[in-house]
Ligand binder design. Structure first.
Ligand SMILES: [Zn+2]
Ligand SMILES: [Zn+2]
Length: 283
């Protein structure tokens, strides 16, 4: 009985709709999933509805981008109340800044001599949130780069010439936003924090715990065995819940499949039950 608690849909930068994700989860024989789109909870309602048809548990979720450097910090939220208006308002703010950022990126690309328009990128997104993966796809189609990776390396990644930053919450605000909406805040894929050693990571985790952090994403497509045991130990030491997921984006992230990640990901169902009992302890 396996689960996948880190999934993107067309509501952010995934290629499958929320219903399609649930149907695919059924095909893959998963018992529970969570939709964790970037800075939006819009996909949850549709996924939960389809989940009842397919008899799959769908946990309402979100993935909030946090202002952090040198790496990147993402905060997952599970069991959030999806009709929480305060949460909706805060996420709308974040999405607005994401939308503002795209024209800036395209302007920079134009200045670099690459001909593309905002309309072409919107068309590529198929109606969901517009993001850098869609800009990258247009660049591939037009032959400016060979693939998405090259688009990020040469133009769109942090530090590259067409990179434009967006407004983000601080870690504390992201954690509080999730808790206020009834959810459990979980630190996503710790390896992207780019901590220089385990001491630095532990200090950071301690700080986040003091702000209300309740879990760590231990199982993840890009985590190796050493990282998994390191993060598991940290979670145990600080009495944090352990979660896991693939970060599935459909065809927008090649090589990562639902539930199994790069092939050997296995997230047991009991992690889902642990999260639920954490939630029940509050009431
Ligand atoms: Zn992430
Ligand atoms: Zn993600």
């Amino acid at each position: 009985m396996y689960i996948d608690l880190h999934i993107h849909t067309t509501c952010s930068d995934g290629s499958l709709t929320p219903s399609q994700v649930v149907q695919y989860a059924k095909e893959k024989d998963l018992k529970a999933i969570a939709i964790t789109d970037h800075d939006t909870i819009d996909g949850n309602e549709e996924a939960i509805k389809e989940g009842t048809h397919q008899d799959i548990e769908v946990i309402p979720g979100v993935e909030i981008s946090v202002d952090y450097s040198p790496g990147s910090m993402h905060m997952l939220g599970y069991f959030i109340t999806t009709d929480d208006t305060a949460l909706q308002e805060k996420l709308t703010l974040l999405q607005g800044s994401r939308a503002d950022r795209n024209p800036k990126i395209i302007e920079k690309l134009n200045e670099l001599g690459l001909a593309l328009t905002y309309d072409e990128v919107v068309q590529e997104s198929g109606g969901g949130q517009v993001g850098r993966p869609h800009i990258a796809q247009v660049l591939v189609k037009k032959g400016y780069v060979k693939n998405i990776q090259e688009a990020f390396d040469k133009y769109l990644g942090k530090g590259a010439p067409a990179y434009s930053d967006k407004f983000r919450f601080g870690a504390e605000e992201a954690i509080t936003t999730i808790i206020d909406a009834g959810g459990i805040p979980v630190l996503a894929h710790p390896f992207t924090l780019h901590c220089k050693d385990s001491k630095e990571l532990e200090a950071l985790i301690k700080k986040l715990v003091s702000k209300g952090l309740q879990g760590i994403e231990v199982y993840y497509s890009e985590h190796n065995q050493r990282q998994i045991s390191q993060y598991r130990k940290l979670a145990e030491q600080h009495n944090l819940a352990i979660t896991g997921g693939s970060d599935f984006h459909g065809k927008n992230m090649k090589g990562i499949d639902l539930g199994t990640g790069r092939g050997n990901l296995k997230v047991p169902y009991r992690l889902c039950e642990n999260l639920r009992s954490l939630l029940n302890e509050r009431h």
